[in-house]
Design a binder for this molecule. Structure first.
Ligand code: ADP
Ligand code: MG
Length: 705
């Protein structure tokens, strides 16, 4: 880590260094021009930019160029970097080095090794897609995401982003379905574009800017908490007097130790070509956020996986631990990953931005209706796409988007949608208007950004923001689902318009009719109020919007008949693939809760209950010495002992019940068991002397840095 760039931009020389460093660890288009012949380079650029399939005859040349570049950056190894269903990234390093037959060595890397790998993949979750006797898994280069260098302690590794699939071509990872969903979306966007008279010039694609929240705590405290070490969240901990209620941390001045971490982090990300842009303190003390500039979806997701890796690694260098869990601390804010999503059309324009002319406004309104229909029809699938034991603690708590999926459009846009439905004409004198069949709506304002922080799916001016995604989750599944439901919605809307046109109806009138109908049918998904309130939960129930609190229930949406058919129709998941995912995620849920329950039992039995018993001893000794000294023990002293004894007993009883629930593999009972155990333990924490309490407190973890 170079220390000579502590304050980028403070001096001209240093600012220049940043532009020099940016992307230095990426085999980018710019870099490859220095290492590849013109013909190979152009062919590869076409693959990357236009999605043409890779010309196998250039593979050897590309591999050689990559190797030469990687070695110049200190690489000794290469790896196919992929994203199995564990939700993390995976890599198996292979050295470039091969003996030359004369006692020396050569550095080799062939086109074949670049294009395809066969890691022994039998231990990755596949949800029954592979039995161990046909456990082969293959990785194949995804040239749309550039190769990059990961620096180790003394050398480096060339990482090649790859997809991961089984012997029969079935997807075993998060990337294959994502890429397929992007194809489906792109095709339907082109189709709508044609209806609007847009010639397909380039490939349409989705864009993503993920805002990443995280906690930092001092390594010393982390090491002293078995629960954090094993589960990523605190299973015990009494809420301190001061936590986030003063709201003095949000956007506050960043402490030096944290700032120094952030400076290193940005630098490392820039070197990987990740456009880290904003950094700030979040609502809860010890909570922070980093957001990049948005990028093409596939790349943005790979980059977010690298951001999470880099957060953890840089934290370590600063004696912090970065907690990416969705709810590391009970009772204060959890961490999300707001997925800002939009579409860059074949015209190169953002299709979720109100246009510069009435035609573009009409296309924009169509897209809003596309989203309304998609989200209303498949709210349960979006919920399923972010379901995990960890995120369950966050969704539905009163500080995070609720498990009820609704759309926030802001008052102005909601009003326009309502006018659309009624076919009203609210033309203001002299202002430009947008004629859609019978409606003639005022031209849309460029900036309709309202602020609503409580909606799970909010329109924020020129993009939608899906906020239910958890901080630790890969964006891949939620984005795959979003792309697919939007592709389906576009498909249906285009078909309806095309059918009207075939009957001889004029385009604007056909559009008006279809959009009015969608607005009518799907307006129940719109909600601009406070999503955290009990009134909204009631209102949502009245509207028939699903409110699915727990993961096992939520996951069922994946294998519903309609979902399976849709995924199959748009070639995103085969029925077997989606079934296998359901199994993997359900199993992951069970395992997560089991580990937590067992860990809670261990911490209670080996740390908390012994400390409470020790305090009972001390109190008992006090009573004995009072008696010996001829002093009558007061009622409050005796009461204290009985209170501690009662709570200790509560904790023991709860620990026993929890152990039974673990043996019975009942996740519901494990969750209630942990809650009961925690209640007793947290109360004890408020009574047992600090020097006896075995775990660092919330106050220490959240405030001492
Ligand atoms: P917020 O007010 O929600 O914190 P920010 O501006 O900090 O918003 O971050 C919003 C994120 O949305 C950034 O990552 C930004 O790059 C991204 N974003 C902006 N425009 C688009 C777009 N067209 N498509 C996808 N993401 C976008
Ligand atoms: Mg945001």
């Amino acid at each position: 880590m170079s220390a000579d760039i502590k304050k980028p931009g403070t001096e001209a020389g240093e600012a220049n260094r940043v532009t020099e460093l940016f992307g230095e660890n990426v085999f980018s288009i710019k870099t490859m021009r220095n290492y590849l012949g013109e013909k190979a380079c152009n062919s590869l650029v076409a693959t990357i930019c236009q999605g043409h399939s890779l010309d196998p005859s250039i593979a050897d040349e590309v591999a050689d160029a990559m190797k030469t570049w990687a070695i110049s950056r200190g690489a000794t190894h290469f790896t196919h970097w992929f994203q199995p269903l564990t939700g993390a990234t995976a890599e198996k390093h292979e050295a470039f080095v091969v003996p030359d037959g004369n006692g020396g060595a050569l550095m080799q890397f062939s086109g074949k090794e670049l294009i395809q790998g066969e890691p022994d993949a039998s231990s990755f979750p596949s949800g029954g897609l592979r039995s161990t006797f046909e456990a082969r898994g293959y990785t194949a280069w995804d040239p749309t995401s550039p190769a990059f260098i990961k620096e180790g302690v003394n050398s480096a590794t060339l990482c090649i982003p790859t997809v991961f699939f089984g012997y029969h071509g079935e997807s075993l990872d998060k990337k294959v379905p994502l890429l397929r969903s992007m194809d489906a979306l792109s095709a339907q966007i082109d189709r709508l574009g044609r209806l609007f008279g847009i010639k397909t010039a380039a490939r349409a694609y989705a864009t993503l800017g993920p805002e990443q929240e995280y906690f930092l705590i001092d390594r010393e405290y982390f090491d002293a908490r078995l629960d954090l070490l094993q589960t990523g969240r605190t299973l015990f901990g009494r809420k301190p007097a001061k936590h986030q209620q003063m709201e003095d941390h949000y956007f506050g001045a960043i402490k030096n130790r944290v700032l120094s971490f952030m400076e290193d982090l940005d630098l490392e990300l820039w070197r990987l070509g990740i456009p880290a842009r904003t950094r700030h303190n979040e609502v809860c003390p010890a909570q922070f956020e980093i957001a990049p500039i948005f990028e093409e979806l596939n790349l943005a997701i790979d980059h977010n996986m690298l951001v999470m890796d880099t957060l953890r690694q840089v934290a370590e260098k600063h004696d912090f631990v970065c907690l990416l869990h969705e709810k590391p601390f009970a009772g204060v804010n959890g961490s999300g990953k707001h997925n800002n999503w939009s579409i860059c059309g074949p015209d190169g324009k953002n299709w979720l931005s109100p246009g510069s002319n009435p035609r573009e406004d009409a296309k924009f309104l169509t897209m809003i209706c596309v989203l309304m229909q998609a989200v209303d029809k498949h709210a349960d699938l979006l919920r399923a796409s972010v379901a995990s034991a960890r995120n369950d603690h966050r969704l539905g708590a009163n500080e995070a988007p609720p498990a009820i999926v609704s759309i926030f459009l802001g008052e102005e846009l909601t009003d326009v949608i309502a006018q659309l439905e009624k076919g009203e004409s609210r033309e203001k004198n002299g202002t430009a208007t947008l004629h859609l069949g019978v409606s003639s709506l005022p031209r849309l304002a460029k900036d309709m950004t309202d602020r609503n922080r409580t909606s799970p799916f909010a329109f924020t001016g020129n993009k939608f923001e899906f906020r239910a995604v958890g901080s630790n989750q890969s964006c891949a599944l939620p984005m795959t689902v979003l792309n697919t439901i939007v592709a389906e919605s576009l498909d249906q809307i285009c078909s309806r318009i095309e059918a009207e046109l075939a009957k001889g109806v004029a385009f604007n009138a056909a559009l008006q009719m279809v959009l009015a109908d969608i607005s009518h049918k799907h307006k129940r998904i719109l909600f601009n109020g406070d999503n955290y309130t009990a009134e909204w939960r009631k209102e949502a129930a009245r509207r028939g919007l699903p409110n699915i609190r727990a993961t096992p229930e939520a996951l069922k949406a994946l294998t519903k008949k309609e979902s399976v058919a849709m995924f199959e129709k748009y070639k995103v998941f085969s029925p077997r693939e989606i079934e296998s995912r359901y199994e993997v995620y359900l199993h992951e849920y069970l395992k997560t809760v089991q580990i937590e329950a067992q860990c809670a039992g261990t911490v209670a039995r080996t740390m908390i209950i012994p400390a409470a018993l020790e305090y009972q001893n001390r109190l008992g000794a006090t009573l004995t010495s009072l008696k010996t000294g001829g002093v009558k023990a007061s009622k409050s002293t005796r009461d204290l002992l009985s209170q501690v004894a009662r709570l200790t007993d509560d904790a023991l009883v709860a620990a026993l019940a929890l152990e039974k629930a673990v043996s019975a593999e009942s996740t519901d009972k494990m969750l209630t068991g942990m809650a009961a155990l925690r209640a007793a333990a947290d109360e004890l924490e408020g009574l047992v002397p600090h020097d006896l309490w075995p775990l660092p407190s919330y106050a220490e973890m959240l405030f001492m840095m």
